[in-house]
Write a protein that binds this ligand. Structure first.
Ligand code: NAD
Length: 314
């Protein structure tokens, strides 16, 4: 029997790729409701869907920040029954805190966090009644670890992680699974939109040192990371499709093995210093070696003396 999968944010990137992969599932296990805020952007998805369009894939309007839009969207689905919800829609925000308005920060939370909460509230009663369901969240490695100048974006993903981990405990009683997928950098419009935003932004009230760290240290390092270890949206969508296809889905799934050691540092040192010091060293001492640093952390080949010791005092 086919499962109905509702995905948010399908006009581009990971959402678009995932919608296509599930709609083209060789076993036709899914009825994909690919949603997007602006239907004017449906052309690339529809063109790539080919014969799946109208069969295993339909495109429906959905703004995750709008209650009415959520109700309208569900009214397009038979019985409003969503078996798998994929919270993918999200926006980024980078820059020095001093130069960002609270309204801008709140809008990130409105999309990334409350957008997912709004959808969950809409589909959860049905899932509970049926004692069946799967809620997938496109989180980020930044849902597990803080990253410099991504304070608010990381906070929005941490919020998701806390919310869904809490919910997962209760939902075991209802046979409903939660899965948080945590990609590292992915080469989608996401980065381009961020860089465009940054090039226009003035970051008022920011001291020259901070602005220098942002523009001359963080931005080039970030570009280099996307270039060197960035995954394609297709690869990330493949991981999500696999998570959706398993009978006992995991609560967390990282998509990029390069990030596993960095995220493991937090678990290794409960004081939290090891991760913060390592991230600081990587950025401030060897920004041009970030990619190599990640690789060497992964294989353990870097001499341990260059990494902060776990026992080191703050
Ligand atoms: P993307 O910009 O191509 O996709 C994001 C989608 O969300 C867009 O289609 C956008 O229109 C949509 N969206 C934004 N606000 C919306 C709203 N209010 N209602 C409905 N849709 C809305 O970028 P992507 O990389 O495919 O991002 C998808 C998810 O992956 C996001 O949650 C993002 O945080 C996460 N992620 C991305 C990266 C990365 O490096 N690209 C890394 C980790 C996690």
């Amino acid at each position: 029997q086919q499962r109905t999968v509702l995905i948010s944010g399908c006009s581009s990137g990971i959402g678009l790729e995932l919608a296509l992969q599930l709609a083209h599932d060789p076993r036709q296990r899914y009825q994909v409701v690919a949603t997007m805020r602006d239907l004017g952007k449906k052309e690339p998805l529809e063109a790539a869907a080919g014969e799946a369009l109208g069969k295993t894939l339909s495109v429906v309007q959905l703004d995750v920040c709008n209650d009415e839009s959520v109700t309208d969207c569900l009214s397009h689905i038979e019985g409003g029954q969503v078996d798998v919800l994929v919270n993918n829609a999200g926006v980024g925000l980078v820059g020095p805190l001093e130069g960002l308005s609270l309204a801008t920060m709140q809008s990130v939370f409105n999309t990334n966090f409350f957008g997912a909460v709004r959808l969950v509230k809409a589909v959860l009663p049905g899932m509970k009644r049926r004692r069946q369901g799967h809620i997938v969240v496109v989180s980020s490695v930044m849902g597990l670890q803080g990253v410099m100048f991504n304070d608010v974006y990381a906070a929005s993903k941490f919020a998701l992680e806390g919310f869904f981990e809490s919910l997962a405990i209760q939902l075991r009683q209802f046979n409903i699974f939660i899965s948080m997928v945590e990609p590292g950098p992915v080469t989608t419009d996401f980065e381009g939109k961020l860089l465009a935003q940054v090039s226009k932004a003035e970051f008022p009230d920011t001291d020259p040192d901070t602005l220098g760290y942002f523009r001359d240290l963080y931005l080039p390092a970030s570009r280099e990371l996307f270039r060197s270890v960035g995954q394609s949206p297709r690869d990330v969508a493949q991981v999500i499709a696999k998570v959706i296809g398993t009978t006992r889905p995991p609560l967390r799934r990282q998509t990029n093995t390069r990030y596993l050691p960095l995220t493991a540092l937090k678990a290794m040192d409960p004081s939290g210093s090891l991760y913060v010091k390592t991230a600081h060293r990587l950025l401030f001492r060897w920004p041009h070696l970030l990619n190599l640093g990640l690789r060497c952390l992964a294989c353990g080949c870097l001499p341990t003396r260059v990494w902060p010791r776990q026992t080191e005092q703050n």
